[in-house]
Every structure is written in structure tokens, then in C-alpha cells.
Design a protein around this ligand. Structure first.
Ligand SMILES: [Zn+2]
Length: 323
């Protein structure tokens, strides 16, 4: 089998949170500019210098592309890699995407192969049991000629891949599954996993924070029996963030997270058919989940910051006084 030794004639890897509505310049990755957005309420465009409402930039682009969900995901956290390689008819070739900017722990969400010279394309090669989801980060390709003409022949093929990187956090696999489901046009499961990603990034932070002043078993009972996700999102989290001097969750993001919550509940309680989840709903829900996840990543260290010795002593005293 021939290894990927040829150099592509073009390679570009991009991870961007939408683009500037004023000059169309690409914004940085969500993970890199979310902190600035939550702190200031906008992100300054690196080219035109204007203030960009990051939420609007991302949600508008994702909504525009919702007809092709796998590619819409590239505006809200997924990465996109484009390359052009020569292919020879009837020849097998492997393309190791990790050599072209894709992280080794990435999951591939979508692939596209387009012949550039009109007489050649690439098809994916597989053994007798094709995998349902794309495994790993190596493309296994066979050159296939178009139309009449002498053989063998060589032509350029453009490859575009959408992928999502790995992450250490407990909630990330849920977000990845939500992205994978959306890319496969499975909108209802996508919404359910999108909300789980936010819940799992939020609830343990609230629990840890409450345990500073209330005995662990009481907090556990409260979290299990009484604290709904809606109360956590709409009451407890804004209260804790304000108390700790953390940035506020932007109103538009909170509104979209509530919309996602209602849709998710409709799916769970009335069924996916009755909930009638559209591609647009899913893109907005995934944007909300991606921003909610990043918000928790940003505020968790503030909510759980080390306490001063005086504060710890005061908390201990308070705890002793709890009847
Ligand atoms: Zn701009």
C-alpha cells in the first residue's frame, strides 16, 4: 500500500467562530475568544477593529449553513481542513490528516472529494465491512477516472474535511456526540446531547460551590431532588456568578439555552416527531451549547477559586451553626 508521501499542492486548516459581519474577516476559535466576549460583550475584529457580537456572528453563519449541517458546525467549534492532492486512476493512496493540521484526537464529522481537473476524482476505499462512522484520521482513497480517455491518468482532487478536536473535560464527549449527530442529520439526539453537555459542565460546579457553606449530604439531596437544570441556569448560576464577580452569561445565549432546554424536554416527553426539530433549531441549540460550555469553562475557575484563610474559618463557623 502506498503511503502519503506526496505533498499536497494546497493545504488550509481553519477553526473559526464565524466571521466579522462588517468585513467578513474570520474570527478566532471560540475557545480562544470566548473569554473576551464574556468579559466585554464583544470581540474586536483583528482586521477592521470593529466590535463584533460573537454570538450573532456564530449563530447567523450556522443558521445560513443549516442546510448542510456538517459544514455549519465549522462556524461553532468544529475545524475545517482543505487540501488538494494528485490522484492516479486505479491507484490507492492514504492521506494522514494529522500531517495537515488535524489533531490526532480529532473525530471526523464530514468529508468531501471534488475533482479539480474534470477527469479524475477519489473514492473512499474500505474492506468488506464499511464503518458507519469514520474511524481515525487517515483517509484511504482510490483514484477513479471520469469519462473516456487514456489510462492511467493523473488529476488533482480537492478534499475538504470537518472535524472536532478532543478535550479533557467530562462534558466534551457529549458535545462531540451532539455535533456528530447533527452532521448525520439526526437532530433530536443532537439536541438532547447538546443540553447534556451544558448540564454536565454546570451542575458539578454549582454542587462544589454550595458544599463550601452547606454540609455535603444536604447539598447532595438538594442537587438530586430539588435543583432542576432550569433553576440552575436561570437562578443559581447568575446569582453565584454575580456574587463571585464572574462575567454574566449574555442574555442572548441564556435565551437560546432556555429554548434548547424546552426543545429537549419536548423531545424527551413528547417524542422526537411531535417536537419537530428543524436543522435551524439544531444549529441554534448547538451554538447555545457551545457557548454555554465555554461560559462554564471560563467562570468555573472564578466560582471555585481558592478561599482566603479568614473566609474558610468563617465558613466553618457557619457550617457548625447549621442545625
Ligand atoms: Zn471586521
Amino acid at each position: 500500500m502506498e503511503q502519503d508521501t506526496n505533498n499536497p499542492s494546497f493545504v488550509e486548516t481553519r477553526e473559526a467562530a464565524g466571521s466579522c459581519p462588517h468585513c467578513a474577516y474570520v474570527m478566532p476559535r471560540l475557545v480562544d475568544c470566548a473569554a473576551e466576549y464574556f468579559r466585554d460583550g464583544f470581540v474586536s475584529c483583528k482586521r477592521c477593529g470593529k466590535q463584533v457580537d460573537l454570538w450573532q456572528a456564530v449563530v447567523n453563519k450556522a443558521a445560513r449553513l443549516s442546510g448542510i449541517p456538517a459544514w455549519a458546525l465549522a462556524s461553532l467549534g468544529a475545524g475545517q481542513t482543505n487540501l488538494v492532492i494528485p490522484m492516479e486512476s486505479g491507484k490507492y493512496r492514504e492521506v494522514d490528516l494529522c500531517k495537515h493540521g488535524v489533531p490526532a484526537d480529532a473525530k471526523i464529522l464530514a468529508r468531501n472529494y471534488t475533482g479539480q481537473t474534470g477527469d479524475m476524482t477519489a473514492v473512499e476505499w474500505h474492506a468488506n465491512a464499511p464503518p458507519l462512522r469514520f474511524p481515525g484520521t487517515v483517509l484511504r482513497l482510490m483514484g477513479v477516472p471520469f469519462g473516456e480517455g487514456p489510462l492511467p491518468r493523473t488529476g488533482r482532487v480537492a478534499i475538504a474535511v470537518v472535524w472536532i478536536r478532543g478535550d479533557e473535560s467530562d462534558a466534551w464527549p457529549y458535545l462531540t456526540t451532539a455535533f456528530e449527530a447533527a452532521a448525520a442529520h439526526e437532530y433530536a439526539p443532537s439536541m438532547v446531547f447538546a443540553q447534556s453537555a451544558v448540564e454536565i459542565s454546570m451542575m458539578p460546579v454549582i454542587e462544589q460551590r454550595l458544599r463550601r457553606r452547606v454540609p455535603a449530604d444536604r447539598v447532595e439531596n438538594f442537587m438530586r431532588d430539588s435543583l432542576t437544570y432550569s433553576h440552575a441556569l436561570n437562578v443559581v448560576l447568575p446569582y453565584l456568578s454575580a456574587e463571585c464577580g464572574a462575567p454574566k452569561l449574555p442574555g442572548a445565549v441564556c435565551g437560546a439555552l432556555n429554548k434548547l432546554r424546552k426543545k429537549r424536554n419536548a423531545i424527551i416527553h413528547k417524542g422526537a416527531k411531535a417536537a419537530a426539530v428543524s436543522a435551524e433549531d439544531t444549529m441554534e441549540g448547538l451554538c447555545a451549547a457551545a457557548f454555554g460550555f465555554e461560559y462554564m469553562r471560563n467562570v468555573a475557575p472564578i466560582l471555585l477559586a481558592e478561599q482566603s484563610e479568614g473566609q474558610i474559618a468563617m465558613d466553618k463557623k457557619l457550617e457548625e451553626n447549621v442545625p
